[in-house]
Design a protein around this ligand. Structure first.
Ligand SMILES: Cc1ncc(C[n+]2csc(CCOP(=O)(O)OP(=O)(O)O)c2C)c(N)n1
Ligand code: SF4
Length: 337
């Protein structure tokens, strides 16, 4: 609980921003600082933990406790910090390479364990820091420094991995929507368990325009759908289109005399069955759908760190061993003569 009022400036550090001018990371930094100013924690209770990558420079720019770790191990560090001190608000900052290539194993297991931390995944579909090699989210056929003739790999969809790892909270935003990202981060903080927020981030140097189809003025209304729990899934400039389920699949429909808002799916982020959430996560412009943004899945479940705390308290309450003398007199000792 916070006993102070903050503004985003309280979370700015004195370090010079070394990200390239125009990099999406700077907008995400602003969203995190704004969100933290509104969350109910004291400043000294935040811990910002990263791996290695451009995005992982994040803790330098935050005036909080933090740790710039090693490549792919942000998840292990953040899990340890939260489990050792559950009162902290832990923020894991990671790139698509850091989280899904070298750190892929840690990513799925922290989600499966449902450790009560917030994971912000900067997805620029490229390795930025090492100068433009393809990553596990690069598109099939993408030409990069390490795939001069195009990749021959299918990309991971981070949300699909979250669902596969039994994830309970998944949201998606985009770097240029600071207001929307800020509110999603505030909700992520309130959620108990691993909250994964994928932010589509433009790398202006090595993958510029990767999200143009989603962000350009001409197409953004048709190619973005912002989901809100309890609201119909509508999109388009005048909210003239929506989503329905047809058979086992989602389908885009135009509102008309025959199809009204009542026919449109209402978003239920709290549904425990992940089938529809997965279908929403996997919508893409290339398969004729808008990309889903907002909180797509938010399901309550016990968190690992809480269960560990409870278990320790229960065992301590029942155990006959209270101190070192009790251990030494517990029967499993012997005298060497
Ligand atoms: C063990 C190890 N392997 C490889 C590297 C080289 N390396 C540093 S950052 C990086 C990938 C960065 O990509 P991403 O995590 O997507 O972050 P971005 O720079 O795009 O924000 C790699 C491969 C390293 N630092 N350590
Ligand atoms: S290389 Fe790309 S991701 Fe890295 S700071 Fe520059 S624009 Fe940002």
């Amino acid at each position: 609980m916070s006993d102070q009022k903050y503004t985003f400036k309280d979370f700015k550090s004195d370090q010079e921003n070394r990200w390239c001018p125009g990099c999406g990371d700077t907008a995400i930094l602003m969203a995190v600082q704004k969100a933290m100013a509104e969350m109910d924690h004291n400043k000294e209770d935040y811990a910002v933990i990263s791996g290695i990558g451009c995005s992982s420079r994040f803790p330098y720019y935050m005036n909080t406790y933090g740790f710039h770790g090693i490549h792919g191990r942000a998840g292990a560090l953040a899990s340890g910090v939260k489990t050792a001190n559950p009162k902290l608000s832990v923020w894991q900052i990671t790139g698509d390479g850091d989280a899904l290539a070298i750190g892929g194993n840690h990513f799925i297991h922290e989600i499966r364990r449902n450790i009560n931390l917030n994971l912000v995944l900067f997805n620029n579909q490229i390795y930025g820091l090492t100068k433009g090699q393809y990553s596990p989210t690069s598109l099939f056929g993408q030409v990069t420094k390490s795939s001069p003739y195009g990749t021959v790999e299918q990309p991971f969809h981070p949300g699909e991995l979250v669902i596969g790892a039994q994830g309970k909270f998944f949201a998606r935003s985009i770097d240029n929507k600071v207001k929307e990202t800020t509110s999603i981060l505030i909700e992520a903080d309130k959620h108990t368990g691993t909250s994964v927020v994928e932010v589509l981030q433009n790398c202006v140097i090595f993958n510029d325009g990767a999200y143009n189809a989603i962000t350009s003025k001409e197409t953004r209304d048709d190619n973005q759908i912002w989901l809100e729990h309890g609201k119909p899934m509508l999109f388009g400039k005048d909210k003239e289109k929506g989503l329905i389920v047809d058979g086992m699949k989602l389908r885009v429909v135009h509102l008309s005399d025959r199809i009204s808002v009542e026919n449109i799916l209402v978003h239920d982020a709290h549904e425990t069955d992940p089938s529809l959430h997965l279908a929403l996560i996997n919508m893409s412009v290339t398969n004729g759908f808008p990309v889903a943004f907002g909180i797509i899945r938010q399901v309550e479940a016990p968190a690992y760190d809480e269960l560990v705390e409870q278990q320790i308290a229960n065992v301590q309450a029942k155990s006959k061993i209270k101190n070192m003398d009790d251990v030494l007199n517990s029967g499993s000792t012997w005298v060497i003569e």
